[in-house]
Design a protein around this ligand. Structure first.
Ligand code: SF4
Length: 371
């Protein structure tokens, strides 16, 4: 089983918090870009046996591609996937029209991940999102009307000007739309972003640790009551609606092929590849985007740390009996204080981070790593 990822590093405008590598959509030659991705697919496809179980087109903003080109791309990807494959495209609400939604569905898309972030207009303005709350709600309706019934929405908390009441309102409005899946992230202030400059200049303030914890508790409690399963640090799903593609990233035995500039690939054992991170260089030679100098063979220590990092992100946890014993024994000694405090739970050899402690998972992991 393997997954297929395609990266579309273009956005119509820059969101105030975002430090991802992306180019202005006006510089995009969509036909040339889709041609390049399909060239790379043809060149690298044979290294992955069988049809892909999941396809994910992410970005950036894939929905900046003109509908015809996006449809051409997804149709070609879907032809390499199993008939029951999960085929996801990330979209921004303001790109969705009835025509775009119909094109997505006709090309094989059966899941959409939408960057909603908030359903309070002042908060969306504060982070330079192009849509408003009504636009996001309308986009969900258009996708459903077109027959796309598996919809995931991203939410953010700790936003400038956000309060517990306004966050509760966003959650309530979102739950009214009953998305199948919700990904929720604490705003982080990354170097070089407009929000970080505003923070440094004292124009806005950052949520304190207590406030962040309060938002997180509210999120977990409300979504639990609404029937969502909290199955990964940032991800909540209705029963049967976990993201199959993302779940495969958390399973070290699943290979994935990444296409497009800066996309990563993994062979399901110990080899990772990173594509060139430049659109210009990618377009010049897409079939050679991941030539050997960009390959990495993971050491036993790195593989052990990956297993920890991936397993402890999820509610399913990590089966410690399957870990490399050279590193597992000292790790278990370091884990003892975390187990005593209740942050880590060990049950029948399966280790999990308790839901309450997922906010400090990074600190726990750095204590457990072998490398
Ligand atoms: S649309 Fe997404 S990738 Fe593009 S700038 Fe906004 S957050 Fe970043």
């Amino acid at each position: 089983m393997s997954g297929l990822y395609v990266h579309i590093p273009f956005c119509r405008s820059k969101c105030a918090y975002c430090d991802f590598y992306s180019l202005a959509a006006r510089s995009l030659d969509a036909t040339a870009y889709v041609d390049a991705v399909l060239t790379e697919l043809a060149a690298r496809r044979d290294a992955y046996s069988g049809r892909f179980a999941t396809v994910y087109v992410g970005g950036g903003t894939p929905s900046v591609l003109p509908p015809g080109e996006l449809g051409r791309l997804v149709s070609a990807l879907a032809s390499e996937a199993r008939s029951d494959a999960e085929i996801t495209v990330e979209v921004n609400p303001d790109d969705i029209t009835p025509g775009v939604a119909a094109t997505l569905r006709a090309s094989g898309v059966n899941r959409v991940s939408m960057g909603v972030q908030s359903l309070v207009d002042a908060e969306l303005t504060a982070i330079s999102r192009r849509h408003d709350a009504m636009g996001a709600i309308a986009a969900i309706a258009m996708l459903r009307e077109a027959g796309i019934n598996n919809i995931s929405c991203d939410l953010m908390y700790g936003l400038p000007g956000q309060s517990p009441e306004s966050f509760a309102l966003s959650i309530e409005r979102l739950l009214h739309e009953a998305p199948d899946h919700i990904s929720a992230y604490l705003l982080s202030y990354e170097p070089g972003t407009r929000l970080t400059r505003d923070l440094e200049a004292g124009r806005i303030s950052q949520a304190t640790d207590d406030e962040a914890e309060n938002y997180y508790d509210m999120l977990c409690g409300t979504l639990r009551e609404a029937g969502y399963e909290h199955y990964e640090i940032s991800n909540f799903a209705r029963p049967g609606r976990r993201s199959r593609h993302n779940s495969s990233y958390w399973n070290p035995a699943v290979a994935y092929l990444g296409l497009g500039p800066s996309a990563h690939s993994y062979d399901g054992r110990n080899r990772r590849r990173a594509n060139v991170a430049s659109v210009r260089r990618y377009l010049a030679a897409p079939a050679h985007a991941s030539d050997p100098e960009l390959c990495e063979t993971l050491s036993p220590e790195q593989l052990f740390d990956e297993r920890l990092m991936l397993g402890l992100r999820t509610a399913d946890g990590l089966d410690t009996s399957t870990l490399d014993p050279r590193f597992a024994e000292p790790m278990m000694r370091r884990a003892k204080p975390w187990i005593s405090s209740g942050a880590l739970v060990l049950d029948g050899g399966v280790m999990t981070v308790s839901e309450r402690s997922w906010l400090i998972a990074d600190a726990i992991l750095s204590d457990l790593f072998a490398d």
